[in-house]
Design a protein around this ligand. Structure first.
Ligand code: ADP
Ligand code: MG
Length: 672
């Protein structure tokens, strides 16, 4: 076994926990070491028993002189122990942890960290963290103790034990890979020291130094691998340069036919794209734009130009629903110009051998599909696709141009680091005339009022509403579907008896989904109850209300994505966030949705506010973009880019760095 071994090849216990650990992004033993504490509990004050004071959080160390299970007056279980050191004795109490009497024995040497309180008119230590002292230094008590991001069934205490053991066993196998000059110039500490001290620091200052080193490495390696990809791309010179000027008139005709004028941002972005397309090397551009900023039409114009140049285009979207929607939108825009549009999804394949533009899900990658002259690949919601899928679709043409699109808000400096190989265009402007979506956090007691209000809106101004069911599991399991079904029955049968209510979830057949959406699009359904799959890209301009159930389970950026399903037409739109949570922190976090309307601001806030308890906030985002470094580390990000650009591409002298870089490239799936 080594650090890179997958856990699934290791002992029984890891196999058993593999799925849970995967939620924490721990798949190999090394991943434990890179599972960074979210904070430290300060148990470093070690006190003699006769010196402890009420209100203090301290560590005491002594011998167990007694331990018993008792019942309180109201039949709750209580565990009591007496601990003695050379200065005196103190009582320790826990509640409802009867197993403690099996793991803690009289005569054990024990270390306990916790708060001193009054209990039954005695000074006691209440519900402390405990650890039997063997010859080891203590790891759960008597020091700064790391608290990790947890998940159900995986506690910080368990993680701490794994990390400690791995550090004992493997720390000396961590070889320094950064060049000496880099380490010196940026006053970094050694890698093995950083790994040890991020978990078990003597002081918070040590922990911070370790974090700085690891954050530096994370960004540095990402930046280098981006530069490497860019170099490989540019080597690939034989692209298909498009003529742009020659088709000015056709493009103008197209723009005249649009029911709206392009925003200045859309115009600027199109210029950036056209410039790339005219070059001898293929375009590799990321188009970033907040939900509703109008990326689709930009891609349609790009595909139009591709067609004028005699090349085919393909547009790939992550879900069937979205592919169908794009097919409709793009068909409307392009068929008047005699452009042949095909579709390829799991359930529908038409014109796949005779198309100018092909739209679909990853079904477009299938072997049977015939690309004659592919010149442009567009990937919508690019973060949902892996590097591999992107490579396969590009291989269907001869170095086709690549346009990837995302609504994931990433500040520019960070995008340049994370996607060092891509050129970036940003749609930083919304179409004119959009009204800001009014967002309200609705407390449970106002739920019925909210329902009546929705019914009135629907009847009075012919509005339509989405009701998004709670998100339960990371992927859409039967449990989520069942919850949606129940919600649907309840709303249809009890709450909105006089309205047409529809249901949409991920386990429905594609045809069925399409039917449901079509009815909603045509206004035959008033309310669409849906699982969070509506998150991605759906565009139904007449829907002006969205209700999000159990809003506390979502991250702010994701709430923003969901909210973006409305506010797409000229109606005033509303977003109602329902939550049962009473945590002030959570309520405050959700309140931010009332104030902020810009995706990137919410993403920043998410990062700042996300306490260790907010497991859900991160879990459903799948892979996090950065594990250690933070978006708000602008200074560090700049420093790192400089350093990487200084060294690159002459990395030959640093074989260990090159080797490390390989492992990064292997891990690099789509960062999201
Ligand atoms: P996203 O960037 O989230 O993919 P879409 O491309 O789906 O957004 O566009 C959202 C809506 O805005 C669509 O209904 C589209 O027709 C409309 N739209 C796009 N550009 C403009 C514009 N310049 N003016 C007005 N409406 C626009
Ligand atoms: Mg879109």
């Amino acid at each position: 076994m080594n650090l890179q071994s997958p856990l699934t090849t290791a002992g029984h216990i890891y196999k058993l926990y593999a799925r849970r650990l995967e939620k924490l992004e721990i798949k190999t033993f090394e991943d434990f070491l890179y599972h960074i504490p979210s904070r430290y509990a300060d148990f470093s004050l070690i006190s003699k028993i006769n010196r402890v004071q009420v209100g203090e959080v301290v560590t005491i160390q002594g011998t167990v002189s007694e331990i018993t299970n008792e019942f309180t007056k109201n039949f709750k279980r209580l565990q009591k122990a007496e601990i003695t050191d050379d200065s005196g004795s103190i009582e320790v109490v826990w509640f409802n942890q009867p197993y403690l009497t099996k793991v803690i024995h009289v005569q054990d040497k024990i270390s306990l960290s916790g708060e001193i309180t009054w209990f039954s008119r005695k000074l006691v230590m209440q519900s402390p963290e405990y650890e039997i002292i063997y010859n080891l230094p203590t790891i759960h008590t008597g020091r700064l103790v790391p608290i990790y991001p947890e998940t159900r069934g995986i506690s910080s205490k368990w993680l701490r034990r794994q990390v400690y053991r791995l550090i004992q066993e493997y720390l000396n196998t961590f070889i320094e890979y950064l060049p000496d000059s880099t380490i010196a110039n940026h006053s970094l500490i050694a890698i093995n020291k950083a790994i040890e001290q991020i978990h078990f620091p003597q002081t918070l200052a040590d922990a911070e130094k370790s974090r700085q080193r690891l954050a530096f490495d994370e960004l540095f390696l990402l930046q280098l691998s981006g530069l490497e990809r860019k170099m490989n791309w540019n080597r690939n010179l034989a692209g298909n340069p498009y003529s742009v000027n020659k088709f000015k008139n056709e493009i103008a005709k197209f723009l005249n036919k649009l029911p709206f004028t392009l925003t200045n941002a859309q115009k600027r972005v199109l210029e950036e794209i056209f410039k790339d397309l005219a070059m001898a090397k293929p375009m590799n551009r990321l188009l970033e734009g907040d939900v509703g900023s109008g990326k689709t039409v930009v891609s349609a114009i790009t595909m139009f130009l591709s067609h004028l140049n005699g090349f085919q285009s393909v547009l790939m979207a992550p879900t069937e629903i979205l592919a169908q929607q794009h097919f409709k939108t793009v068909s409307q825009l392009l068929t008047p110009f005699k452009i042949n549009i095909g579709i390829a999804t799991g359930s529908q394949k038409t014109k796949i051998n005779d198309f100018d533009v092909l739209i679909g899900t990853h079904a477009v990658l299938e072997k049977g599909i015939n690309f004659e002259k592919l010149g442009l690949v567009v990937i919508d919601e690019q973060q949902r696709f892996g590097v591999e899928q992107r490579a396969i679709i590009r291989s269907k043409g001869k170095n086709p141009h690549l346009l990837t699109m995302t609504a994931t808000p990433i500040p520019r400096t960070i995008a340049l680091t994370l996607y060092g190989d891509l050129d970036l265009s940003v749609l930083d402007q919304m179409p004119i005339g959009r009204k800001q979506i009014k967002t309200w956090l609705v407390p449970p007691k106002k739920r019925n009022g909210a329902y009546s209000w929705i019914e009135k809106q629907i009847k009075d101004i012919k509005s339509q509403a989405f009701i998004v069911c709670p998100f339960i599991e990371e992927s859409e399991t039967m449990q989520t579907v069942k919850a949606a079904n129940n919600e649907f029955e309840n709303l249809k049968g009890n709450v909105f008896k006089n309205l047409n209510v529809g249901l949409l979830h991920g386990k429905m057949k594609a045809k069925e989904k399409e039917k449901v959406l079509e009815k909603f699009r045509n206004g035959k359904t008033d309310i669409l109850v849906a699982t969070p799959i509506v998150e991605v890209g759906i565009d139904i301009p007449n829907a002006a209300i969205i209700v999000i159930e159990a809003a506390d389970r979502f991250g702010l950026a994701q709430l923003h994505q969901l909210r973006g399903r409305v506010g797409r037409g000229d109606k005033q739109s509303y977003c109602l966030l329902f939550t049962e949570s009473t945590s002030l922190q959570t309520l405050e976090r959700l309140k931010a949705m009332e104030k902020h309307n810009v995706g990137s601001e919410l993403a920043e806030l998410d990062l700042q506010l996300r306490g260790p308890g907010e497991i859900y906030g991160t879990a459903q985002h799948g892979r996090k973009m950065l594990k250690i470094a933070s978006f708000s580390d602008f200074e560090l990000i700049k420093k790192v880019r400089k350093e990487a650009e200084k060294l690159f591409p002459n990395l030959k002298n640093y074989p260990k760095l090159l080797e490390k870089l390989k492992t990064v490239n292997l891990k690099q799936v789509s960062p999201d």
